[in-house]
Every structure is written in structure tokens, then in C-alpha cells.
Ligand binder design. Structure first.
Ligand SMILES: [Zn+2]
Ligand SMILES: [Zn+2]
Length: 134
């Protein structure tokens, strides 16, 4: 089995978990967000595995459109200062429960993302402790 790194993320505004333990993707809790795209609103669930772009939604998500993401708890928009250096769309920030941040591009189909750990060695140790994959 390959190494799997899965992210548990929190809202940067209210710090509540965005993990949906009732809805699994690849047997792990999905990241649940409210989304607005092409004048529709719906729910988006992202796979929490690093490098996996699988997702599910109750609305049709057109390719190459920029979506707006909202926290399902506090309803604030998740939007970073940074823009995607591949497609210039705004980035969407999350806090990692192990410390650090991850941001994803808000354009559907763009796989650009950034991960920033406060302490990379510490973060990797926690991954192994928590998930035990080798
Ligand atoms: Zn929130
Ligand atoms: Zn992009």
C-alpha cells in the first residue's frame, strides 16, 4: 500500500472542523463545504486524501468556473489573499488540525494547491502517529 496522507481541515474563521464523519470518500471523512458556482448554491464534498481530487456535489459543477466556498458552520466565505499562479483564480484557505494551512484553487478542474506547515518535521510525525500508514 502506498503512503496515504489525509488532511483534517478546519474553518479559518470559526475554527470548527469541516470533516463530515457521516459522509465518507475513499473510506475517510469528506471535507464538507457550501459552494456557489454559476449562480447555483449547493454542497461540495472533497476527498481529504492529499493528491486526490475526487469530489461529490448536489449541483452540477461546470469545468473551469470559479466557485465561492463557504463554511457550513459560520457561513463566512473562505477566500485567501493569494491567487492561483496557474490560473489567477482566488485561493481557498483551510487550517490543518495538525498545524499549518492548505489552500486550494477555487477554479473547478484546476489542481493547484499549496500546503504550508509551521513545522514540516513535526507535521509528518503527527501524520504517522495519527494514521499509521507505512
Ligand atoms: Zn466557519
Ligand atoms: Zn488555479
Amino acid at each position: 500500500m502506498d503512503k496515504i496522507i489525509s488532511f483534517n481541515v478546519k474553518c479559518p474563521h470559526c475554527h470548527r472542523s469541516l470533516m463530515d464523519h457521516e459522509h465518507l470518500l475513499h473510506e475517510l471523512p469528506a471535507i464538507k463545504l457550501n459552494i456557489e458556482i454559476a449562480h447555483q448554491r449547493g454542497i461540495l464534498r472533497l476527498c481529504s486524501i492529499y493528491g486526490c481530487y475526487d469530489h461529490e456535489s448536489d449541483i452540477q459543477i461546470p469545468e473551469h468556473e470559479i466557485a465561492r466556498f463557504y463554511c457550513p458552520h459560520c457561513n463566512k466565505q473562505l477566500v485567501a489573499q493569494e491567487i492561483c499562479d496557474a490560473c489567477s483564480a482566488p485561493m481557498v484557505p483551510f487550517l490543518l488540525d495538525i498545524g499549518g494551512r492548505v489552500s486550494i484553487c477555487s477554479r473547478s478542474g484546476c489542481k493547484k494547491h499549496y500546503v504550508a506547515f509551521e513545522d514540516i518535521a513535526d507535521a509528518i510525525n503527527k501524520f504517522y502517529k495519527e494514521y499509521g500508514y507505512h
